[in-house]
Each structure stands twice: as structure tokens, then as C-alpha cells.
Design a protein around this ligand. Structure first.
Ligand SMILES: *[C@@H]1O[C@H](CO)[C@@H](O)[C@H](O)[C@H]1NC(C)=O
Ligand SMILES: *[C@@H]1O[C@H](CO)[C@@H](O)[C@H](O)[C@H]1NC(C)=O
Ligand SMILES: *[C@@H]1O[C@H](CO)[C@@H](O)[C@H](O)[C@H]1NC(C)=O
Ligand SMILES: *[C@@H]1O[C@H](CO)[C@@H](O)[C@H](O)[C@H]1NC(C)=O
Ligand SMILES: *[C@@H]1O[C@H](CO)[C@@H](O)[C@H](O)[C@H]1NC(C)=O
Ligand SMILES: *[C@@H]1O[C@H](CO)[C@@H](O)[C@H](O)[C@H]1NC(C)=O
Length: 443
């Protein structure tokens, strides 16, 4: 029997290789294997991978021969996967289910942002963390996008660079506010989980990414005393308003977005301004918009967004891509959110085991408009000594702080109720609980 299989296998290989196998392809594929450290289970798997690779490189050559295109494709680590496998992974949207989430349908007043400059790239601020790699097969783009946005906002507000744990979001927020572990979720639900349930998020050093096999969700390992950052809510921008998105990015920093990630020209994008109008709007992938600009080397000039992906540094331009602005390519201009973060002094890292009386604090209400970018808004954090009864209290962004000179924006009239279990429920007139139905991305 074994011999028979072996014989069949040999015949298959001889047959399979005879038509398409060329020394050039072999050489290219060998280089690919080295560059991306690829190894295959067996010879059969390797031949399938090589066939996919051949199809991929042919697709890339064909696209790059078209000189009218504004972008180039290149060999990425995805080139040995079949079209079906990639679609399976990158285009999967969740069945829509109602998700209880406050803020889901409330939008920031577009007039609060001052007019931004013609271009901005937050990578220059030092507050955009290194590009991560969400492969293996766990649909966790929402965690990567949400965490990347939080890393940047935390850094811009507190001048503390942190890289945070996507695995914690995958494991722990599963079942909260509509998040579904390796089956997708949303950035907003992840931030709300951090704000209301966990009261913080660990770094990706203490809580590392462990996707060594497909779809791994482990028991939540969160330890509150290791939390290094938190959120106090999030804001949503109106869809498809280019001026608003530019002004908001300039004023608050990187903004998380969702898009259609299930499209071949996107998988293999390598350089230029991505502009494939055939990439239809959908919500299957999530990224972080870290800036915008205009490519005026071409006529007419092309406005673009600069986006951070989580498909390793081998995707695109060192992990980033530029995408045509104003045409809602792949639906990237629809779902735009960013987390609100406190000053670190307002959020102490005392463990939840500290017993303290239940207090209800009504915060003073101020509504101010931020007038400049946040890159210089670092605050003194050492002088604030807070009473022990408020150790795990989360303050909203409208708090008037005695020790600071800049007050930041957004949620008017917020009452924070602090309970012993560190579950904080923020409500306000415009944050009525709504049923969110369309906010989830799968990959
Ligand atoms: C290459 O892959 C092997 C096994 O797949 C792994 O043990 C090794 O650490 C990888 N090396 C690099 C540089 O990623
Ligand atoms: C080859 O690649 C293209 C683009 O990704 C895809 O549409 C097509 O289905 C692939 N063909 C095969 C046989 O995998
Ligand atoms: C598609 O995904 C499902 C569920 O994860 C899996 O069982 C199936 O094998 C995948 N198909 C391909 C072609 O990867
Ligand atoms: C931010 O922190 C760095 C060191 O971590 C320090 O050199 C720099 O002065 C700080 N910036 C501000 C505005 O406080
Ligand atoms: C939580 O983390 C702290 C600090 O690293 C550690 O001392 C403590 O033992 C941890 N608790 C649990 C239950 O693992
Ligand atoms: C788009 O945003 C701009 C700038 O914030 C604002 O002035 C304008 O009213 C918005 N347009 C719409 C249709 O809301």
C-alpha cells in the first residue's frame, strides 16, 4: 500500500513537473524560499506551493507591464498560497450580528479640527511602532489595527513608546461587544473592552503573539498588574469626508480604518499609490492610516493616504502602502475610528486586588477644542499624587486637570461611575447605547 502511494506520488510529480517546470522558475522559487524562510511539509505541498508561486509571479509580471497603473506589485510572502486560501483568509466577513456597543453610531463634530497641512506623516513623530505580522491564520486584523492605533495615541499623549498585545485582545475580548477571537471583531469593541472590562492592556512582550498554528485562542492570560496602557473611549469620524479625515489625522494622529483586504492586487502591492477601482468596498481587513500626502510627480497629482498594514515588513513598502484618497478604494474611507487615551498619571497601575470603597465621582464638564497636533502635548506626570480611593478610576478626556496646560477634547458631559470591580461605564447624552451591526472585520 505504502509502495503503491509512493508510486502514484512519483508519477504525479513526474507528470506535474513536466509541463510548467523551468530552471528559471526553480531559481526564483528557491530565492523566495530563502527570503521568506519557507519550508513545506512534504514534496507534494512544495509542488503545490510552487504552482501557486508561478501563478503569482505571472500575475505580478502582467500587472507591472501595464504602464498606466499608478502602483507596482512584487513577490510577497503570500505568493505560495492559492487564490482560494487567500480569499478564505483575507476576504471573510462575519455574519452580521447585533453588537451592544455605546458610541458605535455617534460621530465627532467635524468642525472641531483645525485645517490640517497639505501632508503629514506620523512616522516622523517616532510614535508609530514597528510593523507587525498577523499571519498565521487567525482573523485578527481588528486587534492589530486597534492596538496599532492605541500604541500611537498613547505615545503621542504620554511620550511613552509601547508595543501592545494583540494576543490579549484575541484571547480576552472574545465574547465582549461582538469580538470573536480568531473570527474577527472591531477596533471599537477592543478599545471598549480595554476601557470597561480589563482596565488596561499588556505589552506584547509580557503577552506575546502565539499564532503558531491556525486559529489559536487560548484562555485569557491577562494580569492587571502588567497593564501598560489603557483607553477612555473612542471617537468615530463621518465616512467619506476627505477634508475631515485629513484634518482629524493632522490634529489627533493615526486613525484606524477598515477595508477590503481580499483582492489580489492588494495582496501583492509593493510600491506606488494603490488605486485599483476593482477592489470593491467591504469590511474584511483593518489597517492604520498614519498620514496623507500628494504625489505630484504625475499629472494630474494623486492624493493618497499612508497606511500601516500588519502583513510583515515584506508587504508593500516596508509594511506600508499608499492608497488613492477620495475614491473610497477598497472602502477605506468608510469606517474611521481612533481611541481616546488618558494621561498616564490619571490612570494608575494599582492591581485590582486592592480593595477600596465604591465611589461615584462626577467629573467637571468642560468642552474644549484641541488647536494643534498632539505631538508636543506631553504632560508632566510625576507631580500628581492621587488619593487611594481613585486608584483604578478612569477619567474621561474632558477632565480639567490642575497640573496641565492643555485640555483635550471630545466627549461632552461625561459621568464616570467607578466600581470596585474596575468595570467602568461611561455614558453621556450622545453616547446612548446603540446596536452596532456593521462594524466587524474578519481579517
Ligand atoms: C525559519 O523557520 C524555522 C522553522 O520553520 C524556524 O525555526 C526559524 O526560526 C526561522 N528563521 C527565521 C530567521 O525566521
Ligand atoms: C492565479 O492568480 C490569480 C490572481 O490571484 C487568480 O485570480 C487565479 O484564480 C489564480 N489561478 C490559479 C489556478 O490559482
Ligand atoms: C477555508 O477556511 C476554513 C475554515 O477556517 C478551512 O476549514 C478551509 O480548509 C479553508 N480553505 C482553504 C482552501 O484554505
Ligand atoms: C519624550 O521622551 C524622550 C525620552 O524618552 C525625551 O528625550 C523627550 O524630551 C521627551 N519629549 C517631551 C516633549 O517631553
Ligand atoms: C501578575 O503579575 C505580577 C507582576 O508581574 C506578578 O507578581 C504576579 O504574580 C502575577 N499574578 C498572576 C496571578 O500571575
Ligand atoms: C466635511 O468635513 C469638513 C471639515 O471638517 C466640514 O467643514 C464639512 O462640513 C464636512 N462635510 C460634510 C458633508 O459633513
Amino acid at each position: 500500500m505504502k509502495l503503491f502511494s509512493l508510486l502514484l506520488f512519483s508519477i504525479f510529480i513526474a507528470f506535474a513537473t513536466s509541463f510548467w517546470y523551468t530552471p528559471e522558475l526553480k531559481k526564483e522559487f528557491d530565492e523566495f524560499k530563502v527570503k521568506f524562510n519557507k519550508s513545506y511539509r512534504n514534496k507534494f505541498a512544495e509542488i503545490i506551493a510552487m504552482l501557486n508561486f508561478k501563478n503569482c509571479t505571472e500575475f505580478i509580471r502582467k500587472h507591472n507591464a501595464d504602464e498606466s497603473s499608478t502602483f507596482l506589485l512584487g513577490v510577497t510572502q503570500l505568493c505560495d498560497l492559492s487564490y482560494e486560501a487567500l480569499m478564505n483568509f483575507t476576504a471573510r466577513a462575519l455574519p452580521e450580528g447585533p453588537m451592544m456597543e455605546s458610541r458605535a453610531l455617534s460621530y465627532v463634530d467635524p468642525s472641531i479640527f483645525p485645517v490640517g497641512p497639505t501632508s503629514i506623516d506620523w512616522r516622523d513623530s517616532g510614535c508609530v511602532t514597528p510593523v507587525k505580522d498577523e499571519f498565521y491564520y487567525c482573523n485578527s486584523c481588528y486587534a492589530f489595527s486597534g492596538v496599532a492605533a492605541l500604541e500611537s495615541q498613547w505615545c503621542l499623549k504620554n511620550n511613552i513608546s509601547v508595543t501592545l498585545s494583540e494576543q490579549m485582545i484575541i484571547d480576552c475580548s472574545k465574547g465582549f461587544f461582538g469580538n470573536q477571537g480568531c473570527n474577527g471583531g472591531s477596533q471599537g469593541a477592543s478599545w471598549t473592552y480595554i476601557e470597561m472590562i480589563s482596565d488596561g492592556i499588556e505589552s506584547d512582550t509580557t503577552y506575546p503573539f502565539i499564532q503558531l498554528a491556525p486559529n489559536i485562542v487560548q484562555k485569557c492570560q491577562y494580569n492587571r498588574s502588567r497593564a501598560v496602557a489603557t483607553t477612555i473611549g473612542y471617537s468615530r469620524l463621518q465616512s467619506r469626508n476627505i477634508t475631515l479625515l485629513q484634518n482629524a489625522i493632522a490634529a489627533v494622529g493615526p486613525v484606524a480604518a477598515s477595508m477590503n483586504g481580499g483582492w489580489p492586487t492588494f495582496w501583492y502591492y509593493s510600491d506606488g499609490v494603490y488605486s485599483d477601482a476593482d477592489c470593491k468596498p467591504s469590511r474584511s481587513h483593518s489597517v492604520l492610516i498614519v498620514g496623507y500626502g500628494v504625489d505630484d510627480s504625475v499629472d494630474p497629482p494623486i492624493p493618497y493616504w499612508i497606511c500601516k498594514n500588519s502583513w510583515s515588513i515584506y508587504f508593500g513598502d516596508n509594511g506600508y502602502f499608499k492608497i488613492l484618497a477620495g475614491k473610497n478604494i477598497c472602502g477605506i474611507e468608510v469606517q474611521l475610528v481612533y481611541p481616546l487615551v488618558p494621561y498616564v498619571a490619571d490612570w494608575t497601575t494599582t492591581t485590582t486586588t486592592t480593595r477600596r470603597p465604591t465611589t461615584t465621582t462626577t467629573r467637571p464638564t468642560t468642552t474644549t477644542t484641541r488647536s494643534s497636533t498632539t505631538s508636543t502635548s506631553t504632560k508632566t506626570t510625576t507631580t500628581t499624587i492621587r488619593p487611594t480611593t481613585t486608584t483604578t478610576e478612569i477619567t474621561t478626556s474632558t477632565t480639567t486637570r490642575p497640573t496641565t496646560t492643555i485640555t483635550t477634547t471630545t466627549n461632552p458631559a461625561t459621568t464616570t461611575t467607578t466600581t470596585e470591580t474596575t468595570v467602568n461605564i461611561a455614558t453621556s447624552t450622545e453616547e446612548l447605547t446603540t446596536i452596532e451591526t456593521q462594524d466587524t472585520t474578519a481579517f
